[in-house]
Design a protein around this ligand. Structure first.
Ligand code: GLN
Length: 177
């Protein structure tokens, strides 16, 4: 995100969510992240961020945390550790809608896939018939770890979402004046 010009800060307490233009919910372990959100009292602030239309990027466990069975930011359900034993971790070249023809090298680590999704969810990439990158409104999510390769194109989709959300917020403010 820094390479793309963003100023980056960590969020561990509710007050640190204030004033953010975008939020990344990273990979890790979704149950642990969920417990951390509860323990830190982050859920109301996360909901306020989402309700305000500020973009959220969920990667891997972050995708699970955003799904309909967790925070509900995506009208989709994730299946945890979906690729099973042999394919616990692997890399694949993915075609991703909106980043050009050159495939993106994607690193999957005990990754989920998107098992079901509603009509409003756009599938940006699939692997072996399973959705692994989706977007719905201000939420972008990937089953893989876009931060583990040098290719900034997936993050660039997110940066573009942030820019347009900011422009929208500014013109709404302008209209209210
Ligand atoms: N397997 C983890 C989970 O279910 C996700 C792994 C990851 O984020 N790389 O939460």
């Amino acid at each position: 995100m820094r390479r793309l010009g963003a100023e980056v800060t960590e969020v561990r307490a509710p007050a640190e969510l204030e004033g953010l233009h975008g939020l990344v919910i990273p990979g890790g372990e979704s149950t642990t992240i969920g417990k951390g959100i509860d323990a830190a009292g982050l859920e109301p602030g996360l909901r306020a961020h989402h309700d305000a239309g500020r973009p959220i990027l969920g990667t891997c466990a972050g995708l699970i945390v955003c799904d309909a069975e967790h925070l509900g930011f995506l009208d989709a359900t994730a299946r945890r550790n979906a690729f099973g034993r042999q394919l616990q971790s692997f890399e694949a070249d993915l075609e991703i809608a909106g980043i050009g023809d050159e495939p993106l090298r994607a690193v999957f680590i005990r990754a989920p896939w998107v098992e079901t999704c509603g009509d409003g969810v756009e599938v940006l990439a699939s692997y072996e018939g399973h959705a692994v990158a989706v977007r719905e409104g201000s939420v972008l999510a990937s089953a893989f770890h876009p931060e583990l390769t040098d290719d900034p194109r997936f993050h660039a989709i997110f940066m573009a979402m942030i820019t347009s959300a900011q422009e929208r917020a500014e013109s709404e403010q302008e209209a209210r004046r």
